[in-house]
Design a protein around this ligand. Structure first.
Ligand SMILES: Cc1cc2nc3c(=O)[nH]c(=O)nc-3n(C[C@H](O)[C@H](O)[C@H](O)COP(=O)(O)OP(=O)(O)OC[C@H]3O[C@@H](n4cnc5c(N)ncnc54)[C@H](O)[C@@H]3O)c2cc1C
Length: 397
C-alpha cells in the first residue's frame, strides 16, 4: 500500500515508522522547513509508553529523557508552598513515566524512521481527490497518487478542513506558551525540579535543560481564543508581575518566531475519516495539555491505526481504528475538560484547596487510584495488538 502522511509531528512520525516497518510505501510531508527546536516538556506515560515499547523505541526515548524529582509550587519570593513528587507518581505506575522535551521525542522518532520513508520538509497538502480506487493528493509542486491519505497535522489540521470543512475547536479558556532562554543562575536554582509559580489565573513553570538553557512553560486564563499578533509582547504582558524569576525570564523571552504559542482547545468530530482519508492524533482527538496525554495518545493512536491497516482493507481498517480508539480518546478529553477548573486556580480559595489536595496526594490510596486511572482498557489494547503480531519487525532492530 502507498500512504501519504501529512504532518511529521509525534503521531505522523510514529505512523510513518510503523507503516514502513510493515512493508508499506510511505511519503511523509511536513510543512515546517526543517526540524524544530522549540517545544515544551512532556510527561510521557500510559498507552503511548506501551506503544513505544512495543515498537522497540523505548531505550532511545529513555536516553533523551530528563530526571524530574518533583513539581514545586513557589510563591513570588521563591518559597516553596507545595509540591508533587514525581517519584511517587512514577512508582504508582511501575516507573513507566518519562519526562521528555517534545523536540527530543520527535528527533528520536525521526532518527528511527526506516530509510525507505520519502520524507519531505517544507511541503503541505493543498487538495484531496478521493476517486474510490485511490486518492490523489495535491501538494505544492505536484501531486501523488496513493491508496491512503492520513492527516497527522495537529489541532489546526489542513487535511481535516479539506475533508470536512471548517469545524470550530472547543476552546477551554486558556492560552499557553513555551520558550527557552539562557540564565545560568535560574538553571542552577531549579536543578531536577519542575518549578511553578503558585498563582491565580496565570502560571509560569521552568525546567533546567541539559544544554544549560531554561525551558519556560506558561498558561493563563482568557475568554478570547484569538492568537495575538505579537506573541512576545503578549507573553510579556500576560505574565508581568508574577515575581520570583519571572521578570528575568520575560526579559530574556526570545523573538515571536521562537516561541510556541497557542490556545488550549480540543476538537470533536462526528467521524475521523471518510473513504481513503483518515485523521490521527491532535487532528481528530486533541485532548489538550489539561489532559496531559496528547503525545502519548498520538503515538498509541498511530500504532492502532497502522495495525488495523495491516489486518484489513483500507475502509474497514479506518472504521475499526475509530471504533477501538475513539472511546479511549473521548475519555481523556472528558478528563481534560473536567480538570479545567483545578488546572489553574481561579481564586485564592481554590489555591488553598489545591494545597490541601496536594498533601492528600501523598496518601497511598491516591497512588492506587492514579495507577488505576492510567492503566486499564487502552494499555490492554496495545498489549493485545503487540502480542497478536509478535512476528513484526521492531523499528530499531
Ligand atoms: C504546553 C503543552 C504541554 C503538553 N504536555 C503534554 C504532556 O505532558 N504529555 C503529553 O502526552 N502531551 C502533552 N501535550 C500535548 C501534545 O504535545 C500533543 O497532543 C501532541 O504533540 C500531538 O501530536 P500530533 O502529532 O497529533 O500533532 P503535533 O505534534 O501538533 O504535530 C503536527 C505536525 O504537523 C505539521 N503540520 C501542521 N499543518 C501542516 C500542514 N498543513 N502540512 C504539513 N504539515 C503540517 C506540524 O508542523 C507538526 O509537525 C502538551 C501540549 C502543550 C501545548
Amino acid at each position: 500500500m502507498k500512504v501519504v502522511i501529512c504532518g511529521a509531528g509525534i503521531a505522523g512520525l510514529t505512523l510513518a515508522n510503523r507503516m514502513s516497518a510493515l512493508g508499506n510505501e510511505v511519503v511523509l510531508l511536513e510543512r515546517a522547513p526543517g526540524p524544530r527546536s522549540q517545544g515544551y516538556m512532556i510527561d510521557f506515560f500510559g498507552t503511548g509508553y506501551d506503544a513505544a515499547e512495543a515498537m522497540g523505541l523505548l531505550p532511545a526515548i529513555k536516553d533523551v529523557a530528563y530526571t524530574v524529582d518533583e513539581a514545586s509550587l513557589l510563591d513570588e519570593h521563591g518559597r516553596k508552598r507545595g509540591s508533587v513528587q514525581y517519584t511517587q507518581f512514577a512508582r504508582a505506575i511501575q516507573g513507566r513515566l518519562l519526562s521528555i522535551m517534545r523536540p527530543d521525542l520527535e528527533r528520536v522518532l525521526r532518527e528511527n524512521l526506516p530509510s525507505a520513508v520519502d520524507f519531505r520538509f517544507g511541503t503541505t497538502v493543498t487538495a484531496v481527490d478521493d476517486h474510490g480506487d485511490g486518492v490523489r493528493v495535491g501538494m505544492d509542486g505536484g501531486e501523488i497518487e496513493a491508496d491512503l491519505l492520513v492527516g497527522a497535522d495537529g489541532i489546526h489540521s489542513t487535511v481535516r478542513r479539506l475533508l470536512f470543512g471548517e469545524i470550530p475547536l472547543r476552546y477551554l479558556g486558556f492560552h499557553t506558551a513555551a520558550f527557552q532562554f539562557d540564565a545560568p543562575e535560574i538553571h542552577a536554582s531549579i536543578d531536577n525540579r519542575f518549578c511553578l509559580t503558585d498563582t491565580v489565573g496565570r502560571q509560569m513553570g521552568f525546567y533546567a535543560l541539559r544544554d544549560g538553557r531554561v525551558a519556560a512553560f506558561a498558561v493563563h486564563r482568557t475568554p478570547d481564543p484569538t492568537q495575538p499578533a505579537d506573541v512576545r509582547a503578549a507573553v510579556q504582558e500576560a505574565y508581568r508581575g508574577l515575581g520570583w524569576v519571572v521578570p528575568a525570564a520575560l526579559d530574556r523571552c526570545p523573538p515571536s518566531a521562537e516561541i510556541y504559542y497557542d490556545q488550549v482547545a480540543q476538537i470533536e468530530l462526528p467521524r475521523w475519516g471518510k473513504g481513503r482519508v483518515v485523521l490521527v492524533g491532535d487532528a481528530c482527538y486533541a485532548v489538550s495539555l489539561l489532559a496531559g496525554q496528547g503525545a502519548s495518545l498520538g503515538i498509541a493512536g498511530a500504532y492502532v491505526l497502522a495495525h488495523q491497516l495491516a489486518e484489513q482493507p483500507v475502509e474497514a481498517a479506518i472504521a475499526e481504528y475509530e471504533r477501538l480508539w475513539r472511546p479511549i480518546a473521548e475519555e481523556k478529553q472528558h478528563t481534560g475538560r473536567a480538570g479545567a477548573r483545578w488546572f489553574l486556580p481561579e481564586s485564592r480559595t481554590q489555591l488553598r484547596i489545591r494545597h490541601v489536595a496536594l498533601k492528600a496526594a501523598r496518601l497511598p490510596l491516591v497512588n492506587r487510584f492514579v495507577a488505576g486511572a492510567l492503566a486499564g482498557k487502552s494499555t490492554a489494547l496495545i498489549r493485545n495488538m503487540r502480542d497478536a503480531r509478535s512476528d513484526m519487525p521492531g523499528i530499531t532492530a
